[in-house]
Each structure stands twice: as C-alpha cells, then as structure tokens.
Design a protein around this ligand. Structure first.
Ligand SMILES: [Zn+2]
Ligand SMILES: [Zn+2]
Length: 268
C-alpha cells in the first residue's frame, strides 16, 4: 500500500534522534510518499536541561538544500513540534514568527512543570488523577494558545505512568475530552493521529479510536497521520492500520497542509 505523507517525524536536529535529515528524506522518497514533514522538537524549559535545542541556522540550511535536491521526488515540509507549557507562550509565538514553518504540532510533554518521561509527573498520583491533570493542562493550553495546526498525540500519557494498566477510557474523561475536542473544532484545529504507541507495546493509536470517533461526531474533520519516527525505518509505521481505522470511523479525507493551510485529500 502506498501512503501519502508522514506528518510527524524527527531528525538529528531533535535532541532525541540521531537520524540524518537526508536519510529520512531518502527513505520517504524510496517509499514514494508525496510529502514528508519534519517536526523536530522545540521543548523550551524542558525538565532535562541537556535536551538540545534545534540549531535553526544549520537546520534551515540543510532543509533548503534537501528540498531542492529532492524536488522532483518528494515535497519536504518544514514543520515543528512545540512542547507547550503555559509560561512559554510568548517565546513560542516569537519562534513561530521567526521561521517559515509550514505545519505546527502543539504537544503537551510536561504538565504542572513536571515531566512524563522520567515519571516525575505521576509521583503520588492515581491514574485517574494523573490523566485528569494532563487533560486539564491540555485544555488550559488550547484556551490560551491558538498558533498551531494540530494537537499532537492526545492521550499518549498512558505510556509513561508506572501503572499496571496502560489504558484510559473515553467515558471516564468524557467531559474534559469533549471540551478539548469542541475547542479544537471551534478554533479550526486538527487532531493528529499518531502511530507511535505500537512501538511502545501499546495496541492503540494516539488518540485512541473512541476519541477519534467523538471528534468526528462533534464535527471535527482535520486529521493528519504521523509516525513520530526518530529513525528512517519507522516512517509510516502502522499507517495502514491508521488509514483503515479512519475509514471505519467514517472519515473520508486526510488533511495535508500548505503554508499552514489545510487541504483535504481522499483516503485511498
Ligand atoms: Zn511529542
Ligand atoms: Zn514527536
């Protein structure tokens, strides 16, 4: 099966990937994708101070070179994945004005100043409390920040807590989730369908089917599909499942972006 595009990938410009940008582009071209979107991390004020920030001067230079080199094979897009925290709003706004990003993912990688990855956020919390705090942080975020195109891997929080069951149910958080989804729809923002959970041993997309179903029921139509690949071989990982799930849920179109503007293409 041929896939159209991967809307969430990382390269060595992200602190947590060593994949050369050229290797990612080559792999995507070999897979005959029409587009590949680089969404390297910008996580200001991250819990781990060694998490490197993108060297944008070098990034932009290499990106422009590759864009020209691959011009006849694949359309490369310069995107970004922002790790949102409330006190960073002004810095984020400034960054987004400084470079010609074509696609912006807003993600919550930390909540209440605490990190998910190291587990600090979950200390002393039941799963219910942790997930509620996470969704509340997301809600507050999209209450204040609207300079983004899609919300990243909503519900990926289930990966990180050291709990026996790594799952949450829409019904237990329906009030908050409905508020999040309604707000996204009101703002004209999309929901990312992120396939990376499978690489963490989870058997679900982020967000899970129930949430994707609800977004559509409420009138949501903007969905992008991203692998969150940090290695070339993970590009488009599990996309067949993601496309099929969207079709099963009644989605007819995938969303692509041109200069931050959504366009719709039929799911093949
Ligand atoms: Zn992320
Ligand atoms: Zn990512």
């Amino acid at each position: 099966m041929l896939f159209f595009a991967d809307y969430h990938t990382h390269t060595a410009y992200s602190g947590d990937s060593e994949a050369p940008m050229s290797a990612m582009a080559q792999q995507a071209a070999d897979m005959q994708l029409k587009q590949l979107v680089f969404t390297d991390h910008v996580d200001y004020d991250y819990a781990d101070p060694n998490f490197e920030m993108i060297d944008f001067a070098a990034y932009k230079q290499e990106f422009d070179e590759l864009k020209a080199r691959f011009r006849d094979k694949i359309d490369l897009l310069m995107g970004v994945e922002i790790g949102y925290q409330p006190h960073l709003q002004e810095r984020i706004k400034k960054l987004l004005k400084s470079y010609p990003f074509e696609f912006v993912i807003c993600s919550t990688h930390m909540a209440d100043n605490l990190d998910f990855y190291t587990g600090a956020f979950f200390e002393g919390k039941t799963p219910q409390t942790a997930y509620e705090r996470y969704f509340l942080n997301v809600l507050q975020g999209i209450g204040h920040m609207d300079d983004f195109d899609v919300y990243g891997h909503l519900d990926f929080i289930v990966r990180y807590g050291d709990y026996p069951v790594k799952q949450l149910h829409y019904r237990d958080y329906s009030d908050m989730l409905d508020e999040i989804l309604r707000r996204l729809i009101y703002l004209g923002k999309g929901l990312e369908v992120n396939t990376s959970g499978f690489r963490y041993g989870l058997k679900q997309l982020h967000p899970q089917k129930e949430i994707l179903k609800r977004y559509r029921q409420l009138g949501g139509e903007i969905v992008t599909v991203g692998s969150d690949a940090h290695f070339p071989e993970d590009i488009c990982c599990r996309f067949q499942y993601a496309y099929q799930t969207l079709v099963d849920l009644g989605y007819k179109y995938l969303t692509i972006f041109k200069q931050r503007q959504p366009e719709f293409i039929k799911i093949i």
